[in-house]
Design a protein around this ligand. Structure first.
Ligand code: 5GP
Ligand code: MG
Length: 178
């Protein structure tokens, strides 16, 4: 399918599932080479990263653990307004090698805050892998150790990523038709 409709918008095919599979294998091989002796704990950020996380983890041929977390945000009473929290992390990450698995890094604010919170829990080291990065939109300096695709600023859906909760089930990546 070249064009799909998700809610009120049309999207066109952008990156096929075959291209994703190939690139995920390459990135997984890099991670394996670096971390296979580290017993890493993969932290998959819900909801968007569930497909990427599932595919990435099945390429890991060494002992590792996986768990799922999410960032919640609520309007705080502080002057900065938005307060973020990491929820769902029951495992201790103290002394562990952690790999944060993210679907897309846009401005970078979410990842920056995630890393700040995780670093307070004294892991040995934290690595970041992101399926997509929008380099032109990055507003903060955030380390991204393993990235699959750098993309332009168009809004994308599919392979776990949503448009207003829909479209996560699409096997390929689509971008919005303006
Ligand atoms: P940021 O890096 O700006 O803090 O936020 C990253 C988050 O913005 C992602 O986790 C995702 O929820 C959302 N996001 C940014 N760009 C896109 C996009 O093109 N498509 C979708 N579905 N979500 C996006
Ligand atoms: Mg995300």
């Amino acid at each position: 399918m070249e064009i799909v409709q998700v809610l009120d918008k049309k999207f066109s095919l952008y990156i096929s599932k075959e291209q994703i599979r190939e690139r995920v294998k390459e990135v997984a091989a890099e991670i394996e080479k670096d971390l296979k002796d580290k017993n890493p704990l993969f932290l998959v950020i819900l909801n968007g990263s569930f497909v990427f996380g599932a595919d990435l983890l099945r390429e890991m041929n060494f002992p590792c653990e996986i768990t799922f977390i999410r960032m919640s945000s609520y309007e705080g009473t502080s002057t900065t307004g938005e307060v973020k929290q990491v929820i769902g992390l029951r495992e201790s990450i103290e002394g562990r090698t952690v790999v944060v698995v993210e679907d897309i890094i846009d401005t970078g604010y979410t990842m920056k805050e995630m890393l700040r919170i995780l670093n307070e829990k004294n892991p040995e080291s934290i690595y970041v892998t992101s399926l997509f990065v929008k380099p032109e939109n990055l507003k903060v300096d955030v380390k991204i150790d393993y990235r699959c695709f750098d993309i332009d600023n168009d809004f994308i859906v599919g392979y776990g990523l949503d448009y207003d909760h829909y479209g996560r089930n699409l096997p390929d990546i689509y971008k919005v038709v303006e």
